[in-house]
Ligand binder design. Sequence first.
Ligand code: AMP
Length: 216
Amino acid sequence: MNIVLLGPQGSGKGTQAKLLVDKFSLYYFEMGKFLRELAKTNPLVYEYQNKKGQLVPDDVFFFAMKKLLEGKVKENNDLLLDGFPRNIRQYETLKNWFEQLGTKINKVIFINIPEEITIERLSGRRTCVKCGKIWNLNTTPTPPTPEKCECGGELVQRDDDKPEQIKLRLNEYHKNTEPLLDLFKKENILVEVDGNRPINTIAKDLQEVVEKTRND
Ligand code: AMP
């Protein structure tokens, strides 16, 4: 079973993904994180992520991503893909590639939130440099101080969560990712979930979707 998580930035995909992974033992692939790792050694990736706020060109990462995911499919893992595919071309590529591997995308879960919530959440997001925990200054539980994690580590803001970058990323989302929704609807694999509710309420909905998908 392979599931794609889709939603605007700040829709809580990462939080929900962690809960699903714990419950269903899925292999979680987070595209943004995969590329942030790549950016440490590849200045082009860094530029797209943190200066242009645009999708990184496919040929820069596709080979490495394919190698990783193909291994996981061959080991019979259930995949939870977050952040890929993000445009129609990536979807067509993934579809063909999965077909060759004898697998498919079973379900796309779209976590939807209004744009003003995206902006509020992204501008408050902070990551601890020591333990990696992600906090949000605008939602509870808040960290002990805006600069310090509970572990004592320093909290930093991602370069691409600064206001100008948020705008660029949202434009990119509207242009490239939203058109995918119609395609998923046509293919009858889309489930939409309201992401502007408490974490546990959303998690319950998502668990039901995954359970149903697993039993189909
Ligand atoms: P995220 O953490 O998911 O918001 O992604 C951060 C950044 O990584 C995006 O703004 C893009 O520059 C890049 N990125 C994430 N997913 C993709 C993708 N599927 N294709 C190309 N670039 C991506």
